[in-house]
Ligand binder design. Structure first.
Ligand SMILES: Nc1ncnc2c1ncn2[C@@H]1O[C@H](COP(=O)(O)OP(=O)(O)OP(=O)(O)O)[C@@H](O)[C@H]1O
Length: 363
C-alpha cells in the first residue's frame, strides 16, 4: 500500500536561511505521526509545506499517491487545526462548521448531515447555536477540530492545537484527540514541542533538529534506544544523566567503561555495532538508578552526595553530585533522604546508552 504521505528530498529556504534540509519522510495510512523538536527546528514549516501554505524550494510531496507539491491547499485532501482556533467570531458554531462546506457547493442536506455528525463525535451538539465568544478555550478548539472533521479528509494536520489551553484541559483534549484517531483511523500529523503529548499520542515520533529528522521511531524505541545523544537528552524529564569517559577492550574482548569514578564492566550492554575502544558518553535515566543498599547489587557503582530533594508525591526527584557532575535520581516518594546525605548509587549496563564522544551517535 502507498504511504499516506510521502516527502522526497524536501528543501525550503527563507532567503539564505535553510529551514528544511533534504528531508525524506513516509507516513503510513492511518498513522499518528508527531513532529517533535525544540523551537525553531522547522516542524511548523514542514507541516505548512504539507498543507500547501508554503512553497517548497526543492523536492516533492505526495498525498495518497498524488504529487501535490504545487497543488492548492484546498485540493490536497487535508484538514488543518491551528493553535489559534481561527474561528469566525460573528458566526455561530454551526455557521463555523458549515461555512467551508457551503462554499465548496455541498447540498443543504449534506452540510446538515456532516455538521451533525462532527458535532456528535466531538460532543459539541449543545453548543451549535453559540458564538465563539461564549465558548471556553477547550470548546473553541473542539469546534476548530470539527471544522477539519466535516471536510471528511484523509489527512489531519495539527499545529500545536493544545498550546493555548490550561494544563487540565490539555490533558482532557489530548485524550479526546487520541480517541478521535482511534475512531476515524485517518492519518494525522501533529506538531508539538511537548514531549508528553508526543509520547502519549504518537504511533511514531519524528525528532527534528535544524530542519532534519534525527530519529523516526515508536515512542518506546525513542525513549529506550535514542540513536544519538541529542535525542537521549531531549526526551525524558529530568533528562538522561551522562558520564564522560572512555571504552576499552579487555584482553578477552570484554568492553569496560572508565570515568573519574573508576572502571566498570559493560557486560550486558547491547552495542549497535561491535564494541571498539574510544571516547564515550555513558547515559543512564534517573529511574534506572538504584540507591542506598540496592546500589550494591549493580555492576556500575558510584558514590554521591545529595544536593537537592524534590518530592513529587508518587516519587521523589533527587539531585546528587558524583564528584563535580550532577545526576538526577528518581526515588520512591516515601524516601526521607535529605540534602547533604551521602548516597551510594548504582545501575546496570543493560539500562545504559553509550554515545561516541565525537559523533554523539549511539554505540
Ligand atoms: N517567513 C519566514 N521568514 C524567515 N524565516 C522564517 C520564516 N518562517 C520561519 N522562519 C524560520 O524558520 C525556522 C523554523 O521555524 P518553524 O516555525 O518551522 O519552527 P518550529 O520548529 O515550528 O518552532 P516553534 O516551536 O517555535 O513554532 C526558524 O528559525 C524561523 O525563525
Amino acid at each position: 500500500m502507498d504511504p499516506s504521505i510521502s516527502i522526497k528530498d524536501l528543501n525550503l529556504s527563507f532567503g539564505a536561511v535553510e529551514v528544511i534540509n533534504d528531508l525524506n519522510l513516509d507516513v503510513g495510512q492511518g498513522e499518528f505521526l508527531v513532529l517533535l523538536g525544540s523551537s525553531g527546528c522547522g516542524k511548523s514549516t514542514l507541516l505548512n509545506c504539507i498543507a500547501g501554505l508554503l512553497d517548497v524550494s526543492d523536492g516533492q510531496i505526495f498525498i495518497q499517491g498524488k504529487n501535490v507539491t504545487w497543488e492548492e491547499p484546498s485540493k490536497r485532501g487535508i484538514g488543518m487545526v491551528f493553535q489559534s482556533y481561527a474561528l469566525y467570531p460573528q458566526m455561530t458554531v454551526e455557521g463555523n462548521l458549515s461555512f467551508g462546506l457551503k462554499n465548496a457547493g455541498f447540498s443543504k442536506a449534506e452540510v446538515a448531515e456532516r455538521v451533525a455528525n462532527a458535532a456528535r463525535i466531538l460532543q459539541i451538539e449543545p453548543l451549535l447555536k453559540r458564538k465563539p465568544a461564549a465558548l471556553s478555550g477547550g470548546q473553541r478548539q473542539r469546534v476548530a477540530i470539527g471544522r477539519a472533521l466535516v471536510r471528511d479528509v484523509d489527512v489531519f494536520l495539527f499545529d500545536e492545537p493544545l498550546s493555548n489551553l490550561d494544563a487540565k484541559l490539555r490533558t482532557d483534549l489530548r485524550a479526546e484527540i487520541k480517541e478521535l484517531h482511534q475512531t476515524l483511523h485517518n492519518t494525522m500529523i501533529y506538531v508539538t514541542h511537548d514531549q508528553i503529548e508526543a509520547m502519549t499520542l504518537a504511533d511514531r515520533i519524528a525528532i527534528m533538529r535544524g530542519g532534519q529528522i534525527l530519529q523516526l521511531d515508536s515512542p518506546k524505541e525513542i525513549y529506550n534506544r535514542p540513536n544519538c545523544k541529542y535525542v537521549a537528552d531531549f526526551i525524558g524529564s529530568p533528562s538522561m544523566n551522562f558520564l564522560d569517559g572512555a571504552i576499552s577492550l579487555e584482553a578477552d574482548g570484554t568492553p569496560t567503561f572508565t570515568c573519574g569514578s573508576g572502571t566498570f564492566s559493560l557486560e550486558g550492554y547491547v552495542f549497535d555495532d561491535a564494541p571498539a575502544a574510544g571516547g564515550a558518553w555513558l547515559g543512564i535515566r534517573p529511574e534506572h538508578i538504584a540507591s542506598g543498599e540496592a546500589a550494591a547489587s549493580r555492576a556500575i557503582q558510584l558514590q554521591s552526595k545529595v544536593r537537592l530533594v524534590e518530592p513529587l508525591g508518587s516519587d521523589t526527584l533527587v539531585r546528587v553530585m558524583v564528584g563535580e557532575q550532577s545526576f538526577w535520581v528518581r526515588m520512591d516518594g516515601r524516601t526521607d533522604i535529605t540534602e547533604g546525605d551521602p548516597l551510594p548509587i548504582g545501575f546496570n549496563p543493560v539500562r545504559c546508552n553509550l554515545f561516541d564522544t565525537k559523533t554523539e551517535i549511539r554505540l
